[in-house]
Design a protein around this ligand. Structure first.
Ligand SMILES: [Zn+2]
Length: 614
């Protein structure tokens, strides 16, 4: 009540005087919508800026983000809850670290000695193993040995103990004679190229951009580009791999790579050969291990008071994103590009900061302790929340609830009802939660899409698995998801503020209400899902029967079969599909490689598609 009075008083004052608040005033007033939105805007603009490098787990940007969050927690009056009186809870994940600068030297047939410069002429790669090797150089095209189409770029070549030069991607990569997307995905991948090189006993790989990748500049990938790929790195074969510039290779070849690429494209015949007289020595020193990457959650706490003071409510959001791209990017890029991650999850992070400020200003708050937490390494596999739940700073059996905000920056209106669409997971995870969110929403009038389970692709899932009731707010998927174009200018800041307002009331309630009783929701989760995939982008906020498509992923099964944005899947393999959960269950039962019928509603007409699953 007091809050409301305060809010309207500030508004009235604004309206009466017509005066514009100074920047300092905007940033000091906690509850005026304009001031709140100014802070949200400022925070998200910084977190999603180029300087923060997409907050990838191997970037300097993620450290800047952690420092920023900690500083804002401090300003808000939160107590540090981390290690050694800091706001940081350290943990590690699998990855690769470059121990010292790599070296690469070339020796030519006429006694040339070329010492290449790291960062300028070459870059060791995050997929590389350590190694000190030297040997003659052999060009092996794209490094492909394939049955269909039949081509072996190692045929007749002795690469044992030698250094192979390999082009990125595949021949006919993106022209109209391209083999097919699955084939290309397999043979363009570095693990495949590395495995094949090792099978032929090569000692090291010099990787070079194909002409398509190099068309806007022959840029080298940083070591960090692949170094954050997590556990998959540990399964790679042992072979040093360095990315080198095309000009370096062309000098040794005495030919233009472009001509060679075109020739291979033309007749699919290998153009592999020894680079007579040339040899290389390379030295790479990396640490590739289960715990190589040092990361941290940022945690601040506001103690409550009274009989519930030893219990906890967690308000969380992950602050990492996918950095420069790599495996978690959906942009299908072969070069580095900052994936800004404004919505994912700059939006949740800034919302947590704003909530910290608002609660931080409440003196002698009655009720449970509030723990504000931003997680790292969510995108790599929920590692930050896992680290917390494995080693909780406040006991989980005394944690009454967890609220997670992940992608809350794209609030949009429903076309029919005109209401803002908000998806809420976890409404069935405690007996009282459904009624609670409905009651709170009376004031906000969001069009809620309620998902009872707490299982879903973000950090609340980790808490839910530990029997903590959860809420997870989400404003739905969009075309910029996991792409460089998820930028702060596209954020609906007033919408985000409305979600912060709702979350504030929800948290205030959960801090004082009777302890919510945990419920295990049966049924399939929307989480991982290990069945075959159609390659669709479902509209998570859609509340009608079936699965509405926000889009399809280029080259994947649905797109190849002709499904498109706006289609509503109503039947798969003869079984009715009523909801996303139902869709997941039906898909789970399908076999990869099989062809199934998918019925969709398009312009109110039912259409049948034959879809060959990947
Ligand atoms: Zn994400």
């Amino acid at each position: 009540m007091r809050q409301l009075l305060l809010r309207s008083a500030v508004l009235a004052c604004l309206l009466l005087t017509g005066a514009r608040l100074s920047a300092a005033e905007l940033l000091s007033d906690l509850h005026s919508p304009a001031a709140s939105e100014a802070r949200l805007k400022r925070d998200i603009t910084y977190l999603a800026s180029d300087e923060l490098e997409g907050r990838g787990v191997t970037t300097r940007g993620i450290k800047l983000a952690a420092d920023y969050i900690a500083a804002e927690f401090k300003k808000a009056g939160l107590k540090p809850a981390g290690e050694d009186g800091s706001y940081f809870q350290p943990f590690s994940m699998a990855g690769s670290v470059l121990i010292e600068p790599a070296s690469l030297k070339l020796l030519g047939p006429e006694g040339q000695k070329v010492e290449l410069k790291p960062g300028t002429h070459f870059q060791p790669q995050g997929v590389s193993s350590s190694g000190q090797v030297s040997g003659p150089i052999v060009f092996a095209g794209y490094g492909i040995t394939s049955k269909d189409p039949e081509i072996d770029e190692y045929a007749g070549l002795n690469v044992s103990g030698k250094v192979v030069v390999i082009l990125r991607d595949t021949f006919r990569a993106d022209n109209r004679f391209t083999v097919n997307p699955n084939w290309r995905r397999k043979y363009a991948s570095l693990p495949e190229k590395m495995t094949n090189a090792v099978a032929h006993k090569a000692a090291a790989i010099l990787l070079v951009n194909d002409r398509d990748t190099a068309k806007d500049g022959d840029d080298l990938l940083n070591f960090g580009y692949y170094a954050g790929a997590g556990g998959s790195l540990l399964r790679l074969p042992e072979i040093p791999l360095l990315h080198v510039r095309r000009a370096v290779v062309e000098k040794m070849l005495g030919a233009k790579l472009e001509d060679i690429e075109r020739d291979i494209d033309h007749d699919l015949k290998p153009r592999s050969r020894e680079l007579t007289g040339w040899s290389a020595s390379a030295d790479v020193s990396v640490w590739r291990a289960k715990n190589a990457l040092k990361l941290k959650n940022v945690v601040g706490v506001l103690e409550g008071s009274g009989p519930l003071a030893d219990e906890t409510v967690v308000l969380g959001a992950h602050y990492d994103h996918v950095g420069y791209g790599g495996a978690n990017s959906l942009a299908d890029l072969k070069t580095m590009a900052i994936h800004h991650g404004a919505d994912d999850n700059g939006s949740g992070t800034t919302s947590i900061l704003e909530l910290a400020r608002r609660f931080g200003a409440v003196p002698k708050r009655e009720g449970r302790r509030l723990v504000f937490m931003t997680f790292s390494a969510e995108e790599s596999g929920l590692f930050g929340s896992e680290a917390y739940c494995k080693d909780p700073l406040f006991p989980l059996d005394k944690t009454a609830a967890m609220i997670n905000l992940d992608m809350v920056g794209r609030l949009t209106k429903d076309k029919d009802s005109g209401k803002d669409r908000l998806t809420v997971y976890g409404t069935g995870t405690a007996k009282t939660f459904d009624a609670l969110i409905e009651a709170l929403n009376k004031k906000y009038d969001f069009q809620l899409k309620k998902v009872p389970t707490g299982m879903g692709p973000s950090d609340q899932m980790t808490f839910y698995e530990k029997k903590v009731p959860v809420f997870f707010f989400f404003t739905n998927d969009h075309a910029d998801y996991h792409r460089p174009s998820d930028t702060s200018d596209k954020i609906n800041v007033p919408g985000m503020r409305r979600i912060v307002d709702l979350t504030e009331e929800l948290a205030a309630h959960l801090a004082t209400a009777a302890r919510p009783e945990y419920v295990k929701v049966a049924g399939p989760s929307l989480g991982g899902g290990d069945g075959p995939r159609l390659g669709i982008r479902p509209d998570y906020g859609d509340a009608k029967e079936g699965v509405l498509l926000n889009g399809v992923i280029d080259g994947a099964a649905a797109s190849r079969a002709g499904l498109k944005e706006g289609d509503r899947i109503v039947e798969i393999a003869g079984q009715p599909v009523k909801s996303l959960e139902g869709y997941m269950a039906v898909m789970h039962a399908q076999k990869p490689g099989s062809t199934i019928d998918v019925a969709v509603l398009r312009d109110k007409e039912k259409k049948l598609f034959k879809v060959k699953l990947d």
